[in-house]
Design a protein around this ligand. Sequence first.
Ligand SMILES: NC(=O)c1ccc[n+]([C@@H]2O[C@H](COP(=O)([O-])OP(=O)(O)OC[C@H]3O[C@@H](n4cnc5c(N)ncnc54)[C@H](OP(=O)(O)O)[C@@H]3O)[C@@H](O)[C@H]2O)c1
Length: 213
Amino acid sequence: MSTDVSLANAPRHIIIGGGSGFIGSALTKALRARGDRVSWISRTPGPDRITWDELAENGLPVCDAVVNLAGQHILDIRRRWDDAYRDEVIRSRVDTTRTLVAALNKSPAPPAVFVSTAGKCFYGTKELDATEAHPELDEDSKPMGLDFPAELVGQWEAAADGIDADRIRHAKLRIGVVLGKVERKSDIGRLWQIGRARGFLPVIRLPFCLGLG
Ligand SMILES: NC(=O)c1ccc[n+]([C@@H]2O[C@H](COP(=O)([O-])OP(=O)(O)OC[C@H]3O[C@@H](n4cnc5c(N)ncnc54)[C@H](OP(=O)(O)O)[C@@H]3O)[C@@H](O)[C@H]2O)c1
């Protein structure tokens, strides 16, 4: 009993793909606050980071858990949602996930758990007529209709499903919309109540400010 408790409380090494992002940096802060060591897999080298190329070449460092949050933001107001952008968004998730899954599967001492993330867009969209009730959806539900986000999540999850689940427990998340606090760093920002928000908020803020929300 005492051994279990000390193991449960021991600091762990958690590796987060895309840990520099909006959700990843909040997760990192929470894990470090409880004493865990956190490393990121990133496109950019730096302290406590490995790059995707290093991961593919050298394999996965010893760790207790891996979380994957990497991916090009699905909505970028500077980019048109054309085929090239959609392909970039898909590749940024599917290719990184495949690289990570290959490294996990090859690891001689794999972590206890792989947490793959995707979005609730998995369920797709369907037009309902006025008499139809909203369907109840759960983990076992199939997509209601295939739009681009549903197709993206389907491909992303399929890449994550390549994990050797006999050796590594696979926890699959389908995240809903995550909103973040607006950071107001400058006096002007504080004065005008504007600032830098990350996640979904900056994307939807402008249409709402224009009364189109
Ligand atoms: N925020 C939401 O409301 C929400 C809702 C549902 C699902 N999700 C999903 O949850 C994940 C994390 O969300 P988030 O809001 O934290 O995302 P984020 O802030 O955009 O961060 C994602 C991270 O992925 C890496 N990345 C960006 N473009 C990439 C590319 N082309 N190739 C490889 N890596 C790339 C970046 O890390 P480096 O620069 O260090 O490489 C970035 O910090 C995303 O995959 C997102 O689809 C988010």
